[in-house]
Write a protein that binds this ligand. Structure first.
Ligand SMILES: Cc1cc2nc3c(=O)[nH]c(=O)nc-3n(C[C@H](O)[C@H](O)[C@H](O)COP(=O)(O)OP(=O)(O)OC[C@H]3O[C@@H](n4cnc5c(N)ncnc54)[C@H](O)[C@@H]3O)c2cc1C
Length: 437
């Protein structure tokens, strides 16, 4: 399709989960939609850890589980705490999560994003690939009226633009919607995809029949603030770390060495033994939630997904795809409303902000607004894991002929040994209770 001169209702920039869901909703309502993706196909450039929570698709794609490109259904969720020599795991499994309507699934992003985009195309959206949007076209009043692309004569005009161009959103920045960006608001996620036979994964992770496992790890990041994860695909596993950018820059280890150290940990090594490296990938994550969010609406433009920093990174939760799909859908709905009212100004597009505020998208972010800083703080990262692991080790150690000491007594001693001030413990406990309670 030749780009020059096209006049459309909606331009969606980016073929990730946010962009495709926006395009599905707008195109199904009869709007003329073009989705522009810089990669050769939607999803081709995208990576993540590996678990998607698609409940939000129930209305958009009824019984999505019958057709979605899923690797395994997550039936086990573990939270693991690592010190150099110790490991403590809280492990949960549910048979209900292995049957419709399911809870979470592991999936590859090229498959997942490509599948979502196929629904946008089926709804009538035109998908233009291998094309990068290089800037915004604005009229004299500053209203966005289209985009520039890297195609010759590639300007494209529209009544509204939905920017779903991911974490570094040049469009939101160009529009002045980000008042500030700061390295401390980002983490770097790096991941190895490791091949293992399906039956070996089943045995090592104690699952069968396409059941999958999600392990979130606190510690194990070689002293750099962040966290780790292990997810099971059908015949590969994803092992990765998420690292706070300023802390990573302040020391000498490279991310691949940090993953190698994690894989060598005594609790992890048996899980990855003999696995063959299939792929190495890395991507930045907008980690700071509410603290870093831009304005998401301006005359002629909406911003959704990671472009609006809507990824929820809160320790035991790393959810971005569902927040992207939801915000994309809500942007699509708001644009349909605006088209009916023939008003793409702030008033006409106000339904977007309202939907974000009234749903889990901003409610979860509000509730968990303290979580990113708390989880990545030095105390939670370096002092508490050691204190907890030592306490548990002593609880279960049998020191006969000594009688068993009380847990409160051990905890008090270990708190002092770890250098944890009671005042800080109480403050962090209260912040944790208000976030997760
Ligand atoms: C290491 C890591 C682990 C993660 N783990 C999970 C997880 O397990 N579960 C989860 O739910 N989330 C996870 N996330 C977060 C999740 O990946 C993101 O929140 C999600 O991808 C956001 O979707 P999006 O559509 O907003 O943006 P993206 O998926 O980044 O899509 C943006 C799209 O826009 C395109 N694009 C960008 N600029 C342009 C341009 N100028 N012109 C044209 N096209 C453009 C890109 O090619 C891309 O296709 C993880 C992220 C990382 C980095």
């Amino acid at each position: 399709m030749s780009v020059p001169g096209i006049d459309v209702d909606v331009i969606v920039v980016g073929g990730g989960p946010a962009g495709s869901c926006a395009a599905i909703v707008a195109a199904r309502a009869g709007l003329d939609v073009v989705l522009i993706e810089r990669g050769p196909f939607p999803g081709s450039k995208n990576m993540y850890g590996g678990v998607v929570y698609p409940r939000i698709l129930d209305d958009l794609i009824p019984e999505w589980w019958l057709e979605a490109p899923v690797q395994r259904w997550v039936t086990r969720r573990s939270t693991m705490l690592l010190t150099d020599t110790q490991a403590m795991t809280v492990d949960f499994r549910s048979e209900a999560w292995g049957a419709p309507p399911y809870n979470g699934a592991t999936a590859f992003r090229p498959d997942w994003d490509h599948w979502l985009a196929s629904h946008a195309e089926a709804a009538g959206a035109q998908i233009i690939t291998s094309t990068t949007v290089t800037g915004l076209i604005r009229d004299a009043s500053g209203t966005v009226v289209g985009v520039r692309t890297d195609r010759p004569d590639g300007d494209l005009r529209a009544r509204v633009v939905i920017a779903c161009d991911g974490v570094n959103s040049f469009l939101a920045k160009e529009a002045g919607l980000y008042t500030h960006t700061d390295a401390k608001h980002f983490t770097l996620g790096v991941k190895e995809t490791l091949a293992l036979p399906e039956e070996v994964i089943d045995e090592r992770f104690n699952v069968r029949d396409r059941q999958g496992v999600d392990i979130e790890i606190l510690g194990g990041t070689s002293g750099v603030n962040g966290g780790g994860f292990i997810y099971t695909n059908l015949d590969t596993i994803a092992v990765g770390v998420v690292l706070k950018l300023p802390k990573l820059a302040a020391q000498k280890l490279r991310p691949e060495q940090i993953i190698a150290n994690l894989k060598a940990h005594p609790a992890i090594a048996p899980l990855v033994q003999g696995a063959e490296l299939r792929e190495y990938s890395a991507h930045v994550i907008p980690e700071a939630g509410l603290e870093m969010m831009p304005k998401m609406t301006m005359p002629g433009m909406l911003v959704a997904g990671d472009a609006a920093a809507l990824c929820l990174a809160a320790g035991i939760w790393l959810e971005g795809v569902n927040f992207a799909m939801a915000s994309g859908m809500y942007a699509g709905e708001a644009v349909v409303e605006a088209a009916r009212a023939n008003d793409f100004g702030m008033k006409g597009l106000a339904g977007y902000g309202r939907r974000l505020r009234d749903t889990f998208v901003l409610k979860d972010h509000r509730k968990l607004r303290r979580a990113p800083n708390l989880v990545l703080s030095d105390r939670v990262q370096h002092l508490y894991p050691q204190m907890v692991a030592n306490t548990v080790e002593r609880m279960f150690r049998v020191d006969n002929p000594q009688p068993k000491p009380g847990v409160r007594h051990i905890l008090g001693q270990e708190r002092k040994r770890a250098g944890v001030k009671l005042r800080n413990l109480a403050r962090d406990g209260w912040a944790g209770f208000r976030s997760f309670g």
